[in-house]
Structures are given as structure tokens and as C-alpha cells.
Ligand binder design. Structure first.
Ligand SMILES: [Zn+2]
Length: 265
């Protein structure tokens, strides 16, 4: 009986996790790996201290895990809405009514303000949490289906097929694209994407979190317009969107590095 209860708990955890995960672990690892390569020495040192010597990659998906874990007693339920920003058809990020429980933009701005201006007032454990959240959420903000419509729960209720298997638009962008595009490890992704000059890095990491969110939303509009429910997405879809997916992972890494250098450098 005890064994059955454990299995049921595991199954329910798995189900809850699947449609809420962002980019999948691979995407977040790639973004953190790219960002780590662009930290200043001073930022690296300060971040190392807060993370207790672990890498940013080690913690890149921590925020997805704690929000879903039934075992976690840390009170992270309130962060569930922080992973996305809904924009329904006919709205823009600027005129869409905001989620009163918070969204990825308000969360990132709060984290930047707290870690930047008010860092001295934060306890070590809050600083540790906030840094891990920032590492994760800058990634989420660049995932097109994290700026999806509320009406279909960010594409979770938009049924599609991926190479013939049933899935949905959210999962294709969180997981399938990254896993199918290249059979690379996150370090190989970094080596193959992260090849820009310092000028290109500066140009790509310019702007504010609101600008970046708006950029993602424009991509999201195209993503919605490209398919109809129950379409089968395969090679054509993958190649048409390969550069977009790769670009989003790269700029997310660059922007995360720029933010962290500003705060900790
Ligand atoms: Zn997330």
C-alpha cells in the first residue's frame, strides 16, 4: 500500500510537471551555460559565493522543481505564475490586463530591484533563492509559449502532433524543438551558438526586460499563426523555426549575463 502511494505521488508529480516546465531542463542549462561564459570576474566571484560554489547550470531548473514538488515545504506556491506572461489575441503585452498573482515580467523586475538596489537588506537564504529565480526566469521569458494566450494556457490546450505523436504547442517549444534540433549536450550547444563578437553581445543584450518580453511576444504571434489545431509538425516546422529557437536561447544567455554583471560585477 505504501509502495502504491509512493507510485501515485510520483505519477501525479510527473503529470503536474509536464505541462508547466519551461524550455525543459536542456534549454535552461544551455542558457545558464552561455551566461556563465560572459560573467566578469567580479560577478563570477560574487555569484559563486551566493550559490555556495555550485554552477549556475546546476540551479537553472530549480525553480520549476520547487514549484511542482509536493514534498517542498518552502512556500514556493506563490511563484507558480511567475514563469509566464499571458497575452490573449487582440492584446499586446502593454495593454493586456496583468495577472494580480504576478507574472514573469513583474517577477524579473522585482528580482533585479531586490538583488540590485536592496541586496544588503536581504538574508543569505533569500539572496540564494532570488538569484536562482533570476537565472531561471530570464530563460522562461525568452520561450515563446511563456508569452502565450491565457485562453489556451500558453499553448498547453492547443493540440498538435510532433512527428506523428500527440502533443501540444507548449510542449513543442519547451521541449521537442530543443531535443530534436541537435543531439548536443548543453556545452556543445554553447560552443555552437555562442560565437558572437563583443559588439554583437552588447547589441543583443541591450534593452529592458519589457523590451525582451515584447520581442518574444512578436515571435509567439507568428508561432500561433503558423499552425492549426491537430496539425502534424515535423521536419518543415523544425527547420522553419530552428533559427528562432537557437536565437532565443542565445539572447537569453547574453541578457542574463548582462543583468548579472550589472548587479554583481
Ligand atoms: Zn519555468
Amino acid at each position: 500500500m505504501k509502495r502504491l502511494a509512493v507510485i501515485l505521488l510520483f505519477v501525479s508529480f510527473t503529470f503536474v510537471s509536464i505541462d508547466l516546465f519551461a524550455w525543459g531542463q536542456k534549454g535552461h542549462d544551455i542558457i545558464a551555460c552561455i551566461a556563465e561564459r560572459h560573467l566578469t570576474e567580479k560577478a563570477k566571484e560574487n555569484i559563486d559565493k551566493i550559490l555556495g560554489g555550485k554552477s549556475m547550470i546546476y540551479y537553472s531548473s530549480w525553480m520549476d522543481n520547487v514549484q511542482n514538488s509536493p514534498y517542498w515545504k518552502g512556500g514556493y506556491d506563490r511563484t507558480k505564475t511567475w514563469h509566464y506572461f499571458n497575452v490573449d489575441e487582440g492584446f499586446t503585452p502593454q495593454n493586456m490586463p496583468r495577472n494580480p498573482k504576478g507574472d514573469v515580467l513583474s517577477a524579473i523586475n522585482m528580482l533585479i530591484d531586490s538583488l540590485g538596489t536592496h541586496q544588503k537588506e536581504l538574508s543569505d537564504s533569500v539572496k540564494f533563492d532570488y538569484l536562482r529565480m533570476l537565472i531561471h526566469l530570464v530563460g522562461d521569458m525568452h520561450c515563446p509559449m511563456h508569452v502565450g494566450r491565457a485562453t489556451d494556457r500558453g499553448g498547453n490546450d492547443f493540440p498538435l502532433k510532433w512527428f506523428g505523436s500527440k502533443t501540444n504547442l507548449h510542449s513543442i517549444w519547451d521541449y521537442n524543438m530543443v531535443e530534436r534540433l541537435h543531439a548536443w549536450s548543453y556545452t556543445e550547444w554553447q560552443q555552437n551558438l555562442d560565437r558572437c563578437t563583443k559588439e554583437e553581445f552588447d547589441e543583443m543584450s541591450a534593452g529592458s526586460p519589457e523590451d525582451w518580453l515584447t520581442e518574444t511576444w512578436k515571435i509567439t504571434c507568428g508561432v500561433y499563426g503558423y499552425v492549426k489545431p491537430d496539425d502534424n509538425c515535423s521536419y518543415k516546422y523544425m527547420y522553419d523555426y530552428a533559427q528562432v529557437a537557437e536565437h532565443q536561447l542565445l539572447v537569453a544567455g547574453y541578457r542574463l549575463a548582462a543583468l548579472l554583471n550589472k548587479i554583481f560585477g
